[in-house]
Design a binder for this molecule. Structure first.
Ligand SMILES: *Cc1c(COP(=O)(O)O)cnc(C)c1O
Length: 362
């Protein structure tokens, strides 16, 4: 979370001011979600997100709950039947590029006939299989990708164009850890979803962006509160939405606009990630094994060639105020997450620490 946003939320917590600065006598957590104050907060968050991400009018923006993992079930419950033969389960195709797409693939098996169109598992998730070689089934309702694999540090730098691959399937994108870090090509997308907690706001809010023509195909077993058509028809207020998280995300969207929008964020994220990758690649101690053309700008995993130094590295880092650098337990090593709120100065401090640590342990 940007410091500025946290400070603003703190100043508004007890008594929220509207856009004219008039205090309304209550905080956001005390408002009815159907009152005019919260309705204006929600509408503002939605329209700011639409303009920031240049989301076309024929996409609905839904504010939901359950996070990215719940969407792994909600997506097949809503979209798997899109192109299904009567009496058959729908076909859903997956591209495996790391832990998150793998989780999505496994969960979808409960609701649909899944298939691996491509997998990078054999190379240890250090590369993205070339879309030209993906084996998409002709009857697939959708193809699922994770545009940034948060744990393995693998990112799609361009979204695949399924049409040009000869497929009529919709592209589903888990953009949990990529959203708002760079522009997005909506022309290639059917649906994108993400938990807010990486780049958009606090945990508790899930953002779904879905093309209107994909609505209305939910399975009979789909809970009403998770039926995209129902959620869309009720302006994300079918049930009580996560009001405070939506308010906070709205403040982050305003902050993003003040920073110069998504293009400015992308430039900053390129500078941050390049600084760190360059430090890793020019060192004798650190290594990142992800193929250079699909390295993530948001999550940079790296290893110490001498793993016995891991503990000393983390202890020294934490003493220098550099926190949360331990890699995910499934991968080991280190991981630096460079989400939008991380400054270039923050990354430079990390690089300086890494170089100093290497010198001391050469
Ligand atoms: C963090 C993350 C998730 C998990 O989302 P939850 O909100 O914890 O359910 C899913 N996908 C990706 C790519 C993530 O980075």
């Amino acid at each position: 979370m940007p410091q500025e946003v946290l400070a603003q939320a703190a100043s508004e917590m007890l008594d929220w001011p509207d856009t004219t600065g008039r205090r309304c006598g209550m905080g956001v957590m005390e408002m009815s979600h159907r009152g005019k104050e919260f309705m204006s907060i929600c509408a503002h968050a939605e329209s700011t997100l639409r303009s920031l991400l240049a989301i076309p009018e024929h996409f609905k923006i839904l504010f939901m709950q359950g996070g990215g993992l719940a969407e792994n079930a909600i997506v097949p419950m809503n979209l798997s039947a899109l192109r299904a033969q009567p009496g058959h389960r729908g076909q859903t195709d997956f591209v495996l590029t790391g832990s998150w797409s793998q989780k999505s693939f496994l969960e979808a098996q409960r609701y649909s006939e899944t298939h691996l169109a491509a997998s990078a598992q054999a190379c240890g998730f250090t590369d993205i299989p070339d879309p030209a070689c993906w084996q998409i089934r002709p009857g697939a309702s959708y193809v699922h990708i994770c545009s940034n694999e948060t744990i393995h540090g693998v990112e799609f730098h361009a979204l695949p164009d399924l049409k040009s691959l000869g497929s009529d399937a919709a592209l589903v994108v888990d953009f949990s850890s990529q959203v708002a870090s760079r522009p997005m090509d909506w022309g290639h997308v059917g649906l994108a979803f993400g938990g807010a907690q990486k780049n958009l706001g606090p945990a508790g809010l899930t953002v779904v962006v879905v093309r209107e023509d994909l609505l209305g195909h939910a399975l009979a077993i789909c809970p009403s509160a998770f039926n995209y058509q129902t959620v869309a028809a009720n302006g994300s207020m079918y049930n009580t939405p996560p009001t405070y998280a939506i308010y906070m995300a709205g403040l982050v969207f305003d902050w993003l606009q003040r920073q110069g929008g998504i293009a400015a964020m992308e430039a900053k994220n390129i500078a941050k990630s390049q600084a760190l990758y360059q430090a890793i690649d020019t060192s004798g101690l650190y290594v990142n094994r992800v193929h250079t053309d699909c390295r993530s700008r948001m999550n940079v995993p790296f290893f110490l060639r001498d793993e016995a130094l891991n503990e000393a590295f983390l202890t020294g880092a934490s003493a220098a105020g550099l926190l949360q650098l331990k890699g995910h337990k499934s991968v080991g090593g280190m991981r630096a997450s460079l989400y939008n709120a991380m400054s270039l100065t923050g990354v430079q401090s990390l690089v300086a620490y890494m170089q100093d640590f290497e010198q001391r342990h050469a």
